[in-house]
Structure formats: C-alpha cells, structure tokens
Design a protein around this ligand. Structure first.
Ligand SMILES: CC(C)(COP(=O)(O)OP(=O)(O)OC[C@H]1O[C@@H](n2cnc3c(N)ncnc32)[C@H](O)[C@@H]1OP(=O)(O)O)[C@@H](O)C(=O)NCCC(=O)NCCS
Length: 230
C-alpha cells in the first residue's frame, strides 16, 4: 500500500549548483489545467496568515479562485505533492517572467498545508523548481516573501540566494548555473518515478473502494438472510 511521502534529510549541493536534490526523494508531479480544482482546494485550506505570506495580502476565496483560473499552464510550471489519498498537500508555481529587465528570470511561489510543514516539502519543491528552471534556460530564480517569513527565506538562502530586505518585504535572488545533461536526466527520471508513484496511489485507492463495495454487498446479503434464504 502506498504511504505518504516522507522527506527528512537536508538538501545537498551537487554539480556546482547552489543546491539540488538529495537522496531523500519525494514524488513531485507536474500539474495540468485539469488539476485546477485540486490547486484551489489546497490554497483555500491555507489559513489567513498563510494566505498573507503566500500572496502578500490576505487573499479572499474569490481572489484565490481568480489566481488559479489565470495560471497559464502553457507558459508556467506548477508542481505538486500528493498524499496517498491523492490530496494535494504541497504545491509550487514557477512563473516565467520574460520581462525586458530580466528576460531569463522566473518567480517561485509555494504553499505547504500546515500539518505537513517542517518535513522538507517546501525545500524539495524549491529544488525541483531550480532543476526545471535550469532546463528551460532560466538563469535567475526570484522569490518575493515577507521579511518575517523565516522558513521561505531559509529555503532560498540555503540554496545560495541573495536576500534583500526592504522594510517588511524581502526579495531573494538566486543565480542558476546552466543546464547539463545530468539536469535533464534527473528531470526525466524524477518525472517518470512521480508518475509511477501516482499510479500506485490511484491503484491503491481503487482497491480500497472495491473492498468497501464488497464489504457493503456482504453486509447487505447478511441483513437479508443470505442468498439462499428465499
Ligand atoms: C514556506 C513554506 C512553504 C515552507 O514549507 P515547509 O515544507 O515547512 O519547508 P521545509 O520543511 O522545507 O523547511 C524549510 C526551512 O525552514 C525551517 N523552518 C520550518 N518551519 C520553521 C519555522 N516555523 N520557523 C523557523 N524555521 C522554520 C526548516 O527547518 C528548514 O530550514 P533548514 O533547511 O535550514 O532546516 C510553508 O511554511 C508555507 O506554505 N507557508 C505559507 C505560504 C508561504 O509562506 N509561501 C512562501 C511565499 S511564496
């Protein structure tokens, strides 16, 4: 039976990158437009203070709905971690900026459900975003966070980002090394393994439902005195 992903170990640098993956793998899936309802559900679970930390203001339910509606899945990347009940417990949005000032920059935003925090999901999603960004010729990763957002700033700093504070706001800027053959192989293997994990969880869910149905049928048969009672 599939279990919830359990990353624990700290992240380690590799191949000269500021920080990338460690041996503690967790399944991170790329999300698509069909996942919008799950993304909305994940964000709506965030309490007021978390919405403030994530969006820079205490986003209302309607504002969250609009934000998700407007995610451009062709241009940006959205990644997620599912638990064994296929609930989206952590997600990140990598938005490619492509503006004239920073033509090869992308902005990272992330949220982990409160009960899953402190287990490394936020850090892993950041690593994953770095890998994807490098493979798409992004040279700068940017995070906008409130200065009080210690976990987010720790994630960015430990990857090697330079953090500049401006009153209550902070901007973390991380320069990324170019892609390598290794980063492409890593992305490909990670994607396939995450798909495999997701299908296992889906299969486990189907078996659970089937067992529930069988139990219901048995109970019904028992209450009616069995098949041979008529
Ligand atoms: C920021 C957030 C994504 C971090 O997720 P997470 O899964 O708990 O992060 P991690 O477990 O990878 O921990 C990241 C680092 O912060 C540290 N940390 C975690 N919680 C902490 C806390 N309450 N106080 C101080 N440090 C904390 C961890 O020890 C870790 O540091 P380390 O790598 O040096 O050990 C999560 O807190 C969240 O969803 N917050 C609300 C939304 C938000 O703030 N998004 C960021 C702005 S876009």
């Amino acid at each position: 039976m599939a279990t919830d992903p359990q990353p624990t170990a700290p992240r380690h640098p590799s191949d000269g990158a500021p920080a990338t993956t460690s041996f503690q793998w967790i399944p991170i899936r790329s999300l698509a437009p069909r996942h919008r309802p799950r993304i909305v559900a994940q964000l709506l679970e965030l309490p007021g203070m978390d919405r403030y930390l994530r969006f820079g203001h205490p986003a209302s339910d309607a504002q969250i709905g609009r934000y998700v509606d407007l995610i451009d899945f062709d241009r940006d990347e959205v990644f997620g971690v599912f638990n064994r009940r296929l609930q989206l417990i952590a997600m990140a949005h990598l938005a490619y900026l492509g503006d004239s000032q920073r033509p090869h920059a992308a902005e990272f935003g992330v949220s982990v459900l409160p009960r899953y925090r402190g287990r490394g999901f936020g850090g892993r999603l950041f690593d994953h975003a770095m890998l994807h960004a490098r493979n798409r010729h992004v040279d700068t990763l940017i995070v906008h966070a409130l200065s009080e957002n210690t976990p987010m700033l720790r994630i960015a700093r430990s990857a090697g980002a330079r953090v500049e504070r401006d009153g209550g706001d902070a901007e973390a800027v991380l320069k990324l090394p170019p892609e390598t053959l290794g980063t492409h192989v890593e992305e490909l293997l990670g994607r396939q393994a995450a798909e495999f994990d997701y299908n296992l969880k889906r299969g486990a869910q189907r078996i659970d439902r089937l067992l529930d149905m069988i139990a219901d049928v048995r109970e019904g048969v028992g209450h009616s005195g069995g098949l041979g009672s008529q």
